[in-house]
Design a protein around this ligand. Structure first.
Ligand code: NAP
Length: 313
């Protein structure tokens, strides 16, 4: 469904799963008059061109942002400081600078020092994704019915709040439901709903493959009994997830502490044969699953609320 463009010139820095999905939806529905695609490797830029994801292609981020009224960083969060440094002086007055990174406080810390006063920084996070990467992985409906979280700082100016409004309109056109959240709160919520589940998946898949008494063929053969979903999550991009843990350290460690205490309680119940405790706990968690289904978010569960879905993320 074509509509009037929301942005004149949108610049996507990084054109992997998330960047290409944004580009495809902008193209499909005419959400930007011009789409500028920038990425560091020639192979990725060439592939983006073959897939017709943009109108302008460049490996220079400073050239890419010139004249853009919206710049979206779609690279791993560990790259933001360096990209901010290179684009700051080239941003047009009034430009909205945003991102899709899975952590939010660190994004503000990395980008803010490089942003001139005449631009509006509004961090964002689409809670949508899959375990696939690169420009071929994108699809135009990735964000349909998924949440998009915007995390402006609490002291944001009126102009920045107007930018929040415009970005909300943009993401709604991409199919998302919008919520505005404090950046630190975001990082704590996502630590428990997405980051810790990924860490558990990375850990259990490693443990299973290290067990000497379990052969590789048995791991594959009997994977349907719960293990398979973990392997899908543990197949997620190592660079992206390394950066998530490096840049959401405090919240992850805090939630991991809580998780370890609860796990110890279950361990004690198993050791002591405390069936009542196990039954009560499993009954409570079953209710949580039902609540997720009632909220229409059930497709996220196999990916553990991450960025799912058809997405699988
Ligand atoms: P992706 O498919 O792996 O694409 C990453 C893009 O970033 C590519 O264009 C890549 O460029 C570029 N890139 C990678 N390392 C870089 C570096 N060191 N310097 C400059 N550019 C670099 O990643 P994605 O899944 O779209 O994720 C992008 C962002 O979205 C991440 O911040 C992630 O936290 C967030 N996110 C992901 C998901 C998900 O499920 N995947 C969900 C929500 C949010 P080249 O190919 O040219 O190297």
């Amino acid at each position: 469904m074509s509509q009037s463009p929301i942005f004149e010139r949108i610049c996507l820095i990084g054109i992997g799963l998330i960047g290409s999905s944004i580009a495809l939806r902008c193209r499909r529905d005419g959400l930007a008059k011009t789409i500028v695609v920038s990425t560091r490797r020639k192979e990725t830029l060439d592939r983006a061109r073959q897939l017709n994801l943009g109108d302008v292609y460049t490996d220079s981020v400073s050239d890419a942002v010139e004249g853009a009224d919206c710049v979206i960083l779609c690279t791993p969060v560990g790259t933001f400081s360096s990209i901010g440094q290179r684009i700051g002086a080239h941003l047009a007055p009034g430009c909205i600078v945003t991102d899709v990174g899975s952590v939010k406080r660190s994004v503000i810390d990395q980008l803010k020092p490089h942003m001139p006063d005449h631009v509006h920084l509004v961090p964002g996070h689409p809670v949508a994704g899959t375990e696939y990467s690169g420009p071929d992985a994108g699809f135009s409906t990735l964000f349909d019915d998924r949440w998009l979280l915007l995390t402006p700082e609490s002291n944001a100016s009126e102009e920045t709040m107007a930018a929040v409004q415009k970005l909300s309109e943009f993401w709604a056109a991409l199919g998302s439901h919008i919520d505005v959240m404090d950046p630190d709160h975001h990082d704590r919520v996502l630590a428990v709903t997405s980051h810790i589940p990924h860490l558990i998946a990375y850990n259990i898949v490693g443990t299973a493959s290290d067990l000497e008494e379990v052969t590789q063929s048995e791991v594959i053969k009997f994977s349907a009994s719960g293990f398979r979903d973990f392997t899908r999550i543990a197949a997620s991009d190592p660079v992206m997830w390394r950066d998530v843990f490096l840049h959401n350290k405090d919240a992850v460690l805090e939630m991991l502490g809580r998780f370890s205490e609860d796990l110890s309680q279950l361990q004690r119940a198993v050791r002591n044969g405390d069936g009542d405790l196990l039954f009560d706990h499993f009954t409570k968690t079953r209710e949580i699953r039902r609540g997720i289904i009632d909220a229409g978010q059930e497709t996220e569960l196999p990916n553990f609320g991450r960025d799912v879905v058809q997405e699988t993320d």
